[in-house]
Design a protein around this ligand. Structure first.
Ligand SMILES: C[S@@+](CC[C@H](N)C(=O)[O-])C[C@H]1O[C@@H](n2cnc3c(N)ncnc32)[C@H](O)[C@@H]1O
Length: 256
């Protein structure tokens, strides 16, 4: 049992509402921040129990911020816990928050869990997370709830949206204009999917370089490029012709 689970089991302070397997995920990604100077923002305060849990887990040097749409939550402020009242889908409100809090080390989205709320929060706050910081969005099961704007493979569900992260992470290897290196490519080192949770670990990175060490044992057999490409290589004339067809939106008759 990790310290978060222990805290939860013994909790007689404010109410905490989580799925039971979340504590393992939190501990795995958050433990390196314990007892350090730290800024943490959790969207979704509810009864204030999780903010108190973070305070106990991370220690006195942690600055903890919460956001909730319910004005009553303001009453739950205490030493090292500050709460902002507003909606996580209000871009203007989130931009104001960015101006008033330091760059974030850990961002947890446990708010209203609709697709638009999760997407707007990610889009507005992701760049306010420090290099080496963590973004965690939980209760992703709402991506499968029609009433939340989700649904299996439904366009715009947060799960579908976040699948693009996988391409961004690998964009250094893209040979097509449809996938370009972006902020995510340059600032993220890993993405972790769990049941109902996605975690994104930030870290500045450049295009990886190939490295080798040790002695060669035998000559590698490299297939001749011409052979591999023979089937798919298009002549210059065909490529030109296809480009013209595309210009006139005649994709359906493009020559293979
Ligand atoms: C699941 S509860 C948070 C639970 C809390 N983090 C805990 O672990 O005990 C979700 C909270 O999100 C808040 N919420 C709902 N819609 C919101 C929105 N658009 N912006 C901010 N908070 C919202 C609700 O008022 C509610 O308090």
């Amino acid at each position: 049992m990790n310290d978060l689970e222990k805290y939860f089991e013994e909790n007689n302070k404010r109410l905490i509402h989580k799925l039971s397997h979340y504590f393992d995920v939190y501990d795995k990604h958050f433990s390196r921040f314990r007892n350090k100077e730290l800024t943490i923002l959790e969207i979704g305060v509810s009864q204030g129990g999780s903010l108190q849990m973070w305070k106990s887990y991370f220690g006195d040097k942690a600055k903890i911020y919460g956001i909730d749409i319910n004005p009553k939550c303001k009453e739950l402020e205490e030493e090292n816990i500050k709460i902002f009242i507003g909606s996580q889908s209000d871009r203007k409100f989130l931009r104001e928050i960015k101006k008033s809090i330091p760059p974030i080390d850990i961002l947890i989205d446990d708010g209203g869990h609709t697709m638009i709320q999760q997407r707007v929060t990610y889009e507005e706050l992701f760049d306010h997370i420090n290099n080496d910081g963590v973004y965690l969005c939980e209760d992703l099961h709402t991506s499968y709830y029609l009433s939340y704007g989700g649904g299996h493979k439904r366009r715009g569900s947060f799960i579908e949206y976040s699948k693009n992260f996988i391409d961004y992470l690998n964009a250094y290897y893209s040979e097509q204009r449809s996938l370009k290196v972006n902020y995510f490519t340059k600032n993220v080192s890993s993405i972790h999917y769990y049941d109902s949770i996605v975690v994104v670990e930030k870290q500045n990175r450049e295009k990886p370089t190939q490295v080798k060490s040790g002695e060669t044992s035998f000559e590698n057999i490299t297939p001749k490029k011409g052979r591999i490409n023979r089937g798919i290589k298009k002549s210059f004339a065909v490529r030109r012709f296809n480009k013209i067809l595309r210009l006139f939106r005649l994709k359906s008759i493009i020559i293979k």
